[in-house]
Ligand binder design. Structure first.
Ligand code: ATP
Length: 649
């Protein structure tokens, strides 16, 4: 993820626009200023740069009326109507200017080259006009390419932002169910297909279509009989061939479309899991699998290629055949005085051109098909409603004290298979509760319901007595903090990562968070302290360090309710002590749910909740549960017997 002028909003980040020569950044290299001798050059470059006004982009969970409209090519283009109108005018001008040639040749032959009545003037005028119209067509084409290029770029910009915004609205379940690679292919190959279609495809279609109309008119106005012969001979054969091509190529495109999505998702999975792949010696297996996936894509493309290889040359064949027929038929008519020599030349020249658009259309047909299926898939994506959606009547959640209530909650990821059944639990404001229990019991699921990543299948989850479904997601999440088991760090500086939940936090507040969670030692060790760049997903930091950064991030966001999924990976004793101390500070005065994998963490909570077999089986303080002699007491005994650390899972 690139930071650009994006979400951190911190000093030195440019705020969305491009930097200006006087800017001094507080991140990165120390800025010594621009040398005087370079200043003129810099000013020149900057003045030529297009301005990117920082746009105020409001984000609402519910799409605006514009965003909710069905995605169609026409709608996308219509929002840039002036460019579209200009492109249409230019396309018409190109088609007309490029087809003037044969008519001028025919006129020049009949009126300027008649034996005994030749007129050099007529020939010269026709030649000059030919040159003029051909030159005009070239100029119009140059202009049209620039206009459609601009139109395509703008439409694609709108579409990319729209799809990305839609991703931000979708629920966790969507991203769990869909493969990341498939989603990436929506943003890459699908959008690129459309870009190509808009940039070259549609204008070519329009130009070639218009050309065919102009040529047909020209043929009929020259000689109806010959034109009828031509049309009757050529059109039916072409029609049958085209229907055959359409049916078969459609099959090929569908196959290719599915195959490329598989290629991308296999690629992204392999790259994402490269450590596991290497550690398990799965390289060969992965290559074999990828070869199969890529092979399916190759086969699909080869199939489409085969279809094209029949259609393309067949149309050329029909073209040549009809020219030969025309020469015979037309020549006969000339000899009988029913057609002028210029008329026959015009016919032969136009017929040649009649097939050019068909050839081009076949080449562009690929683009049209791909563009059409891309639109369909993007439309399906944009019409996917989030499972966890905001009700149109949702209100803003007022500042909460932090009482959390599970009221007879049942839930299943698949509604047929319940993971939790009839769970009722009340967590008082400021109370910390640890969820313990066997793996897969439903601890994380309970936490996901508390943060409304999912909605219960039955029952209610309430915060301060208000059903989570009755408030806006933004107002709810701004008062909740979540520290996931595997904290995610974005590429950017440590400071930007810490400010993620509250971009407006001051430097002093960032420093405080660093001290509170005990990150100071790490920060001092980093080459540029808080301004050190961490790489994507924080791979350059240790698991414990990432956990501490996530804690500091949550601390800085100051949530009223904190949900913390403890890392399962074993940390060394020192890191554990640091994290436990950080936790104590974090929990002060906040309602907290701790999904505890270590019993030392569970003991820090005010109450312990044992989750097992889809329900809450024990609730009480550490001492109460040990005294009660149930499942928790057994877990605790096993832990003590094994030395007291790490055995509590
Ligand atoms: P752990 O201690 O291993 O983290 P947990 O108690 O937190 O386990 P959950 O993650 O809540 O367990 O999972 C509860 C059950 O729900 C498990 O059987 C799991 O397989 C299932 N489950 C979890 N996430 C999904 C999902 N997205 N889709 C379908 N089933 C899921």
């Amino acid at each position: 993820m690139a930071w650009g002028g994006g979400w951190g909003g911190g000093p030195g980040m440019g705020g969305g626009g491009h930097g200006h020569p006087g800017a001094t950044g507080t991140t990165g290299l120390p800025f010594g200023g621009i040398p005087q001798e370079l200043m003129d050059g810099v000013r020149r470059i900057v003045s030529a740069e297009p301005t990117h006004e920082p746009k105020d982009l409001p984000f609402t969970q519910l799409p605006s009326a514009d965003e909710a409209r069905r995605l169609t090519l026409v709608r996308m283009v219509r929002s840039h109507s002036s460019l579209f109108v200009l492109a249409t005018i230019l396309v018409t001008a190109i088609a007309a200017a490029s087809q003037a040639g044969p008519a001028l040749v025919g006129y020049a032959i009949d009126h300027g080259m008649r034996p005994g009545h030749g007129s050099l003037r007529t020939v010269a005028i026709c030649a000059a006009l030919y040159l003029g119209t051909a030159g005009g067509a070239v100029l119009f084409q140059r202009w049209q390419a620039s206009v459609t290029g601009r139109l395509a770029s703008r439409v694609m910009y709108d579409l990319r932002v729209r799809v990305f915004t839609h991703f931000q609205r979708l629920s966790l379940s969507f991203f769990t169910d869909e493969k990341a690679g498939v989603l990436m292919s929506r943003m890459t190959s699908d959008i690129e297909n459309l870009q190509q279609l808009l940039q070259d495809g549609l204008s070519q279609f329009a130009i070639q279509g218009l050309t065919m109309v102009i040529i047909t008119i020209a043929l009929f106005s020259t000689n109806v009989t010959l034109a009828l012969w031509t049309v009757l001979l050529v059109v039916p054969v072409l029609f049958v061939l085209t229907v055959w091509f359409h049916l078969n190529s459609e099959k090929g495109y569908l196959r290719a479309r599915d195959a490329i999505a598989d290629v991308l998702s296999d690629l992204s999975e392999s790259l994402y899991g490269i450590r596991v792949v290497t550690a398990n010696n799965r390289q060969r297996h992965n290559i074999v699998h990828h070869r199969n996936v890529v092979g399916a894509y190759r086969n699909a493309n080869m199939y489409t290629g085969e279809i094209m290889s029949v259609y393309g040359p067949s149309t050329i064949g029909i073209g040549i055949l009809s020219q030969a027929l025309l020469l015979g038929l037309g020549g006969h008519m000339v000899l009988r005085g029913e057609l002028s020599l210029g008329g026959l030349t015009l016919f032969i020249l136009y017929l040649n051109r009649f097939f050019q658009p068909i050839q081009l259309l076949v080449q562009q047909y690929n683009l049209l098909q791909q563009g059409r299926s891309s639109i369909t898939r993007l439309r399906e994506l944009l019409e996917t409603r989030p499972d966890v959606d905001e009700s149109p009547t949702a209100t803003t959640l007022p500042p909460i004290t932090g009482r959390l209530t599970f009221d007879d909650v049942s839930f299943g990821y698949d509604p047929e298979r319940l993971v939790l059944a009839h769970v009722s639990l009340d967590i008082a404001p400021g109370e910390s509760v640890a969820f313990v229990g066997p793996t897969g019991a439903g601890k994380s699921t309970l936490a996901k319901l508390a943060t409304r990543f999912y909605d219960p299948t039955a029952g209610r989850v309430l915060v301060d007595g208000i059903d989570l479904r009755d408030v806006t997601l933004h107002s709810l999440r701004s008062q909740l903090g979540v520290v996931p088991q595997e904290p995610f760090l974005f590429s950017g500086t440590v400071r930007q990562n810490l400010r993620f939940g509250r971009p407006a936090a001051t430097d002093a507040e960032v420093d405080e968070a660093v001290d509170v969670v005990g990150l100071r030692e790490l920060i001092d060790r980093l080459p540029e302290g808080l301004d050190t760049v961490v790489h994507e997903r924080g791979q350059t930091l240790s698991a414990g360090e990432r956990q501490l950064l996530a804690l500091a991030r949550a601390f800085l966001a100051r949530p009223r309710v904190l949900v913390l999924d403890e890392a399962t990976s074993s940390l060394d004793l020192r890191s554990e002590t640091v994290i436990e101390r950080a936790l104590d500070r974090m929990l002060e005065g906040r309602t907290a749910i701790l999904i505890a994998h270590r019993l030392t963490t569970a003991q820090r909570a005010d109450r312990i909740v044992v989750v097992d077999q889809g329900g809450v089986t024990e609730v009480g303080s550490h001492h109460e549960l040990v005294a009660a002699g149930g499942a928790y007491a057994a877990m605790y005994r096993a832990w003590i017997e094994s030395g007291g650390r790490d055995a509590g899972r």
